[in-house]
Design a protein around this ligand. Structure first.
Ligand code: ADP
Ligand code: MG
Length: 408
């Protein structure tokens, strides 16, 4: 198919309407905040729509529209203020994005976001793309519950919508636990996935333009604890080349099939060849399984702010503004540690001065005042000349902050 003629790029500065060119974002969380920083660094004005007056992105944006995502007045105000609009939150209702798209360019489109926000639709998309995912069943009624294949047990029951950071998920061993778990999740539509023995997890972040051009960040290797990303490691050799290539191809085909415009993250599981082909005389190669997609920049790509010449947030700006997408170059090996509310002392702040005394540490805090367990308050990126140096510094920083050692 011939790529569509790219729209005229939206350059920073004064627009044809005489106003500063303004980029709008649905959602005011930390991803929105880092998007706002990137857009402002490039000379754009910004507008954020988020109900919370203290939202991390709202606090730093030129305009902050404090309404819910479906508020007609708020949406009209965002459309009137912004020259183009993106999203930082995958659960923004598709209807809101469609309403905005009537008057302004919106990237990614509602059609792509609505697939990413529904696990059943997302898996159907993976099947369409011929990219393997974990064996699963859709669970929406009692008949489907009774018919769940015994081979899927033990498994993970996940709500189809609104899950994040391991929330809306229950691990079950048998049918009785499955029925109980579904009741616990209020019998909302779910997918039930076979529990896989994960050798590793990784993700690919790419940006695709309206003309179909596609660039990507290097592959991130991710370690989760309690369903929440704990740290990401990004350097050459963190994953065998053959798997890196497979992951990239799969991510690109998922984006192309969606005719995606914007930044997309694709999460993968690595399954050991042994567990996938038990009893085989010769060890089978490790396999990649796609887990889920996020229609926006991703926590695992935060290191790109400090370790790459183009960050995932700059890519988001470029893609939505129709600017050229250049292939990012990682100039330093990196480890990104998430800073969860758990590490905050009862009073005061963690010892940032001690951490920042370590060379190559980059602190990012999201401006959240209340530190709760499991809440993402910020992240710390560690860069350095060699992988060994980065690992040693990350281990010291983790120790200073009371983060468990960075074992996989
Ligand atoms: P979320 O939207 O909360 O990120 P995920 O589906 O990515 O949901 O699940 C969170 C984490 O739980 C994954 O990164 C992985 O560590 C673990 N997990 C999820 N599904 C499975 C599975 N089928 N088998 C093994 N571990 C899983
Ligand atoms: Mg996930």
């Amino acid at each position: 198919m011939k790529p569509a003629k790219p729209p005229k790029p939206l350059l920073p500065g004064r627009g044809v309407d005489g106003r500063p060119v303004t980029l709008g974002v649905m959602g005011g969380g930390q991803l929105g905040r880092m998007f706002v920083h990137a857009a402002q660094a490039m000379g754009y004005a910004t507008a954020v729509l988020d109900l919370d007056p203290q939202s991390p992105a709202g606090l730093v944006s030129h305009h902050h529209i404090q309404t819910s995502y479906l508020d007609e007045v708020g949406l009209a105000q965002l459309a009137a203020t912004s020259h183009a609009i993106t999203t930082e939150f995958e659960n923004v209702p598709a209807a809101a994005l469609l309403a905005l798209a009537r008057t302004r360019p919106v990237a990614p489109a509602a059609s792509a976001v609505s697939i990413a926000q529904d696990r059943a639709a997302e898996k159907a998309h993976f099947v369409r793309c011929g990219v393997p995912c974990a064996p699963f069943a859709v669970l929406e009624n009692a008949t489907q519950l009774a018919q769940v294949d015994a081979n899927l047990l033990p498994g993970v029951l996940k709500t189809s919508r609104m899950g994040y950071d391991g929330k809306g998920q229950v691990r079950v061993k048998n049918r009785a636990e499955l029925a109980k778990a579904w009741a616990q999740l209020k019998r909302v539509p779910c997918v039930f996935e076979k529990m896989l023995a994960l050798k590793a997890e990784c993700s690919v972040i790419l940006a695709r333009g309206a003309d179909g051009a596609c660039v990507n960040l290097p592959l991130q290797v991710n370690t989760h604890r309690d369903g929440i990303l704990a740290f990401s490691e990004v350097y050459k050799g963190n994953m065998p080349d053959v798997l890196v290539k497979q992951a990239l191809l799969a991510a690109k085909s998922i984006a192309n099939e969606l005719v995606y415009v914007g930044v997309l993250c694709v999460e993968f599981f690595v399954i050991s060849g042994e567990s996938s082909q038990s009893g085989a005389a010769k060890k089978a190669p490790d396999r990649l399984i796609v887990n889920e997609i996020a229609p926006r920049p991703h926590n695992s790509g935060h290191y790109s702010l400090d370790a790459c010449d183009v960050s995932q947030f700059e890519l988001q700006v470029r893609a939505m503004a129709g600017l050229p997408l250049t292939q990012p170059r990682q100039h330093s090996p990196a480890i990104m540690l998430n800073l969860l509310g758990d590490i905050w002392p009862k009073t005061g702040e963690p010892k940032w001065d001690k951490v920042l005394a370590l060379p190559g540490t980059h602190l990012h805090l999201y401006g959240k005042t209340e530190a709760r367990a499991g809440r993402k308050m910020g992240h710390l990126t560690i860069t350095g000349k060699t992988v060994g140096k980065v690992q040693a510094t990350a281990a010291l920083a983790a120790k200073l902050l009371g983060i468990a050692p960075l074992a996989h």
